[in-house]
Design a protein around this ligand. Structure first.
Ligand code: C2E
Ligand code: MG
Ligand code: MG
Length: 661
C-alpha cells in the first residue's frame, strides 16, 4: 500500500486480500491434512492388506503342514505359496544331510520358467558347506539372511546365473525341528527385498510349520524301520503280532478262521557262509519276492477269500498269516505252491544257489488262547518238518504238540543236567567165561541222577543229548570219569592182570577231529596205563566214514588203548567193514544171547566166534542172564561175557568192594 492513500477504500481491499490469503492458506492446510489423512488411511489399508496376506499365507502353510507327511511335497507347496504371495521369482529347497552338508532336494518353484532355466538348473542340485552360499549362511547364522547383492555372499556359486536373469535380491530362512535346522528355503527376486519385522516373523513361523512335517516324517520313518524288515520290505514280527492280535480278537466263538504258516529256509546258512552276507541278503530279498508271488497266485486260484499277511520274522524265517475262509486241503496246496516257487535255483550274479523250505502249519481252534499260542504251534510243526529234511510240510496236531513239548522239556532238563553235573557212571563187570571165571573188566554205563525222577538209563536221554549237541561234552566227561575210576581201583585179589574199563563212544564223538586228543588227555590226566581203557564203538561209525574210523582206531591202539565193536550183528555193516577195522574185540549183541535157544541164532553166534578167531579178536557176549547161556557161549569159544548173571551195572564204590572181595 502506497503512503498517503485514503485508508478506507484501500483499507477494505487490503482486508479482503488478507482474508483470501488466509483462506487460501487454510485450504492448503486442509488439503495437506486431507492428503495426510488419506495417505495414513491408505497405508493403514495397505498394512492391513499385507498383514491379511501374510496371515493367509501362514494359514495356507499351516494347512500344508497339517495335511502332509511328505517333506518334499510340503516344501514344494510352501515355495509356491510364498513366491506367489510375496512376489518372489524363484524359490528353492534344501535339506541338511546330517553330515554338515546342505543339499538341494530338487524341489523348487519358479514364476517364469523360461527366464530362469539356467538358475533352476544349477540350483536344483546345488550343495553347500555351512557358511557358504546363501543356504550355508543361513545355517551358520541360524537365522534368516537377506541380501540385495547376491554376489557379495561368500561361496555363492550362482551369483552369475542369478544376475543374468536380473535377480540380485534374495532371502533365505531355516526350517527347524525344535532347535535343529533341518532345511533351508531360499528365494530370489528382481525387486529389492525389504527386510521387515513382520516378514521375518512370518518366515520364522513358516520355518516352524514346515519343521513339523519333517518331525512327523522322522517319527514315521523310525516307526517304519522299527516295524518293517529293511531288507525285504516285508512287515516284521512287531507288525505281524499287531495284526495277528487284531485278527485273533475278531474270530468267532469257536476260534476258527485263522492260520499261521511258518517257513524256515534250508540251505540259507550255507549260502551265507560260502558266498558272503551280501549274497545272503540278496537271496532273502529274492525269496521274499517269490513267496509274495506264490501267495498271490494261490489266492487267485483258491477264490476262498482268505486274507494274507506275509512277514519276515527272523534271519531266514517267514510267517504267513491267513484269515478268512480256507480248509486243510487249500492250506496244503498253499504249502506245495510255496515249495514249488522255491524249487528253481536262485540266480545271483554268476552263481545260482538252491534253497528249500520246511513248513509248519497251525490252524486256530478253541484251545488257542492267543495268536501267539497259534504261532507257537505252527513253529513247533515247522521244527518237526525240519527234522524230516527240506521241502516238507507238517500240520500241527494236538498229539504232535504233546510229544514235542515233552521232548522240549527233556531237552531243557538234559541241558540242566550237563551244567549241574547230574550224570554218574555205573559199572557192569565183565567176566572171563569157562572153568576159571573171574572179573577181567567193567563196562562203564551212563546214568542220569534226575532230581525228580531218580536214576534214568541212557536210552531215555542219549538221543536228546545228541539233538541238543551235548553228546560230545557228556562223552568227554565219561572218558575222564572212567579213567579216574581206573586210577582209584584197588588191586584185585589174586589177579594177574588189572581190569580194564570199557567206555561207550557215540559215533558223533568218535568222529570228532579232537577225539584222539580227548582220549589221551583223559588217560594222561588220570595217570593210568592206556591199555586199561577200552573204547566201544558201533558199526555205525564205519557206515558214516569207514576210512576215518580206521585211522582213529589205528592211532589210539598204537598208543595202547583197546577197541571193541559193540552190539555186533545188529547194524547194517557188512563183514568187510569188520575186516578193515583195527579192533581188539567184538561184543555179540544181547539179542542173540537172549534167543540162544533158536537154532538160527546158535549158528550166527558160532559164525561170529569163528570169524573173530580168524581175525584174532576177543569175543564178548552181552546180556548173559543164565548159567546155561554162559556154558553154551563158553563152549562155542566165546572168551568173555557180561550180564545180569554176573552182576548188574553198579556204582563205583560197589565195584571197588567187589574187586577187593
Ligand atoms: P550197550 O553198550 O550195549 O550196554 C549194554 C546194555 O545192556 C546196558 O544197558 C546194560 O545195562 C544192559 N545189560 C547188561 N546186562 C544185561 C542183561 O543181562 N540183560 C539185559 N536185558 N540187559 C543187560 P544200558 O546201561 O541201559 O545202556 C544202554 C545203551 O546205552 C548201551 O548199550 C550203550 O549203547 C549206551 N550207553 C550207555 N552208556 C553210554 C555212554 O557213556 N556213552 C554212550 N555214547 N552210550 C552209552
Ligand atoms: Mg557197550
Ligand atoms: Mg552192547
Amino acid at each position: 500500500m502506497n503512503a498517503g492513500e485514503p485508508s478506507g477504500v484501500f483499507g477494505e481491499a487490503t482486508d479482503t486480500e488478507a482474508r483470501i490469503a488466509r483462506l487460501e492458506r487454510q485450504v492448503l492446510r486442509e488439503r495437506m491434512a486431507r492428503i495426510e489423512a488419506e495417505s495414513i488411511a491408505e497405508k493403514g489399508l495397505r498394512d492391513l492388506f499385507e498383514s491379511t496376506q501374510r496371515i493367509s499365507l501362514l494359514q495356507k502353510i499351516t494347512d500344508i503342514a497339517n495335511s502332509s507327511n511328505e517333506v518334499n511335497a510340503s516344501i514344494r507347496a510352501a515355495l509356491e505359496e510364498i513366491c506367489c504371495t510375496l512376489g518372489y521369482d524363484f524359490g528353492n529347497g534344501y535339506l541338511l544331510d546330517g553330515e554338515g552338508r546342505i543339499c538341494a532336494c530338487d524341489t523348487w518353484f519358479v514364476q517364469e520358467p523360461q527366464d530362469f532355466a539356467r538358475l533352476v538348473a544349477v540350483s536344483r542340485k546345488a550343495e553347500f558347506e555351512v557358511g557358504n552360499g546363501l543356504p550355508g549362511k543361513v545355517v551358520a547364522k541360524g537365522d534368516i539372511v537377506w541380501t540385495r547383492e547376491l554376489y557379495s555372499i561368500t561361496g555363492c556359486t550362482r551369483a552369475k546365473e542369478a544376475e543374468a536373469c536380473g535377480l540380485a535380491s534374495a532371502c533365505a530362512f531355516p526350517v527347524r525341528v525344535e532347535n535343529e535346522i533341518v532345511a533351508v528355503l531360499e528365494f530370489f527376486t528382481r525387486k529389492p527385498v525389504h527386510e521387515t519385522k513382520e516378514l521375518s516373523w512370518l518366515m520364522n513361523q513358516i520355518g516352524t510349520q514346515l519343521g513339523r512335517v519333517m518331525e512327523r516324517q522322522r517319527a514315521w520313518s523310525l516307526l517304519q524301520t522299527a516295524r518293517h524288515d529293511t531288507l525285504t520290505g516285508l512287515p516284521n514280527r512287531a507288525i505281524l503280532a499287531d495284526r495277528a492280535h487284531a485278527v485273533f480278537a475278531s474270530l468267532p466263538a469257536d476260534n476258527t478262521g485263522m492260520a499261521m504258516i511258518v517257513l524256515d529256509l534250508n540251505g540259507f546258512k550255507a549260502v551265507n557262509d560260502r558266498h558272503g552276507h551280501h549274497a545272503g541278503d540278496k537271496l532273502l530279498t529274492l525269496v521274499a519276492a517269490r513267496l509274495g508271488r506264490s501267495v498271490m497266485s494261490w489266492q487267485e486260484h483258491h477264490r476262498l477269500g482268505a486274507k494274507t499277511l506275509l512277514a519276515r520274522t527272523g534271519g531266514d524265517e517267514f510267517v504267513l498269516m491267513l484269515h478268512g475262509r480256507f480248509d486243510s486241503t487249500s492250506l496244503n496246496t498253499l504249502a506245495e505252491t510255496i515249495h514249488d516257487c522255491l524249487a528253481p535255483p536262485f540266480r545271483m550274479g554268476n552263481t545260482s544257489v538252491n534253497v528249500g523250505a520246511s513248513i509248519g502249519i497251525a490252524t486256530s481252534n478253541t484251545v488257542h488262547e492267543s495268536h501267539d499260542h497259534l504261532l507257537r504251534d505252527a513253529d513247533l510243526a515247522m521244527y518237526e518238518a525240519k527234522k524230516l529234511g527240506s521241502r516238507r510240510t507238517i500240520m500241527f496236531t494236538r498229539e504232535l504238540g504233546t510229544s514235542v513239548r515233552r521232548a522240549r522239556q527233556l531237552e531243557g532238563e538234559v541241558r540242566d543236567a550237563v551244567s549241574k553235573g547230574q550224570f554218574q557212571l555205573y559199572y557192569q563187570p565183565i567176566f572171563t567165561l569157562g572153568p576159571n571165571t573171574r572179573i577181567c573188566g567193567f563196562e562203564a554205563l551212563l546214568r542220569w541222577n534226575h532230581p525228580m525222577r531218580g536214576l534214568i538209563g541212557p536210552d531215555e536221554f542219549l538221543s536228546c543229548a545228541e539233538d541238543i549237541g551235548a553228546l560230545s561234552t557228556i562223552g568227554e566227561w565219561v572218558l575222564q570219569e572212567a579213567c579216574a575210576t581206573i586210577a582209584r581201583m584197588p588191586p584185585m585179589a589174586g589177579a594177574v592182570e588189572s581190569p580194564f574199563i570199557s567206555v561207550n563212544i557215540a559215533p558223533e564223538q568218535f568222529l570228532l577231529p579232537n577225539f584222539v586228543k580227548q582220549v589221551k588227555s583223559a588217560v594222561n590226566g588220570a595217570g593210568v596205563a592206556p591199555s586199561r581203557l577200552k573204547i566201544e564203538i558201533t558199526e555205525n561209525v564205519a557206515i558214516i566214514d569207514a576210512a576215518a574210523a580206521a585211522e582213529v582206531l589205528t592211532e589210539i591202539r598204537r598208543w595202547g588203548v583197546k577197541a571193541s565193536l559193540d552190539d555186533f550183528g545188529t547194524g547194517y555193516s557188512s563183514l568187510s567193514y569188520l575186516h578193515q577195522m583195527p579192533l581188539d574185540s567184538l561184543k555179540i549183541d544181547k539179542s542173540f544171547v537172549a534167543s540162544l535157544h533158536e537154532p538160527k541164532n546158535v549158528n550166527i553166534i558160532r559164525a561170529i566166534v569163528d570169524l573173530a578167531r580168524d581175525l584174532e579178536l576177543t569175543v564178548i557176549a552181552e546180556g548173559i542172564e543164565t548159567s546155561e547161556q554162559a556154558r553154551v557161549l563158553a563152549s562155542f569159544g566165546c572168551q568173555q561175557g557180561q550180564g545180569f548173571l554176573f552182576g548188574k551195572p553198579r556204582p563205583q564204590w560197589n565195584i571197588f568192594g567187589l574187586l577187593a572181595a
